[in-house]
Ligand binder design. Structure first.
Ligand SMILES: CC(C)(COP(=O)(O)OP(=O)(O)OC[C@H]1O[C@@H](n2cnc3c(N)ncnc32)[C@H](O)[C@@H]1OP(=O)(O)O)[C@@H](O)C(=O)NCCC(=O)NCCS
Length: 239
């Protein structure tokens, strides 16, 4: 990937969405200054959730672990946060999605997602994971792999919804899943069509901006229809 290429998921990225209960949530990249929020989020996860995510029940992290999780290059180690919104930033963290590229094969990455217990079931896990896929593709990652506990029905269900053909290798303690990522969506060059494509892929703000113009729905649908089916996995949001 060219180093100077403008990424959608960069330091300026903000996206506002609604959770299934109608509350507004915001997505942005995780920052080094999120250490306290990360610790707070860990405390707001149940023992079971912590174990499913980290394979440990510990509710704290030492400074080295915290630095590892927050002081990241956002390329080979990428993390996106979601939380309730306070103006232009997050107020309360609700979840994090993360991938870390394999040292010897940077086109492959280990992915994981976690949502605090009282915000589970609101669609945030799926939204995080889809954005993780899009960010991974624009960074040249072509495959995710995950270690999942066999009893983790939520994560297995989430993955099955996005990757019906994902390969699962059951182990005695964990299920190792590999997921080939869909190709990166090609951006049309002409700005008007880029606006339509953005609307179809959709951040709420862009949707509103696009709807302020007399843009017929079937034209927006057409942008989606014209995409190869494998690319629509990322765009076909059920949010
Ligand atoms: C797994 C986890 C991230 C899912 O996040 P979430 O926000 O609760 O999930 P969503 O609301 O986005 O649900 C997405 C899909 O996941 C599946 N799912 C979610 N909760 C489920 C449950 N309790 N049982 C079965 N499937 C479930 C469903 O297929 C769901 O789609 P649907 O809403 O159309 O039915 C969350 O439960 C979590 O953080 N668990 C603890 C940490 C963990 O297990 N991380 C995964 C390790 S990689």
């Amino acid at each position: 990937m060219p180093k100077d290429r403008k990424l959608r998921f960069d330091a300026d990225y903000r996206e506002v969405r609604r959770a299934k209960d109608g509350r507004e949530v915001m997505f942005r990249l995780l920052r080094p200054s999120d250490k306290a929020a990360l610790l707070d989020g860990l405390k707001r996860m149940s023992v079971e959730s912590r174990y499913k995510r980290f394979f440990t029940t510990r509710e704290s992290l030492n400074p080295v672990e915290l630095a590892y999780l927050t002081e990241i290059d956002q390329r080979r180690h990428f993390a996106i946060a979601v939380g309730f919104r306070d103006g232009d930033d997050l107020q309360t963290g609700l979840g994090v999605g993360r991938f870390v590229c394999d040292a010897d094969a940077p086109h492959r990455a280990e992915a994981a997602v976690a949502v605090v217990d009282d915000a589970q079931g609101l669609g945030l896990g799926r939204m995080l994971f889809k954005r993780l896929i899009a960010a991974a593709r624009e960074r040249g990652v072509t495959e995710f792999h995950l270690d999942i506990l066999p009893e983790n029905a939520a994560m297995l269900g989430l993955l099955k919804g996005i990757f019906p053909t994902a390969e699962a290798y059951p182990d005695s303690d964990v299920v190792y899943v590999t997921c080939p990522l869909p190709p990166e969506r090609q951006e049309p060059e002409f700005p008007f069509f880029r606006v339509l494509a953005e609307a179809a892929a959709g951040t709420l703000r862009v949707m509103r901006a696009a709807r302020a113009w007399p843009v017929p729905d079937d034209l927006v649908d057409g942008v989606l229809r014209d995409s190869p089916p494998s690319e629509r996995i990322v765009q076909d949001e059920r949010e």
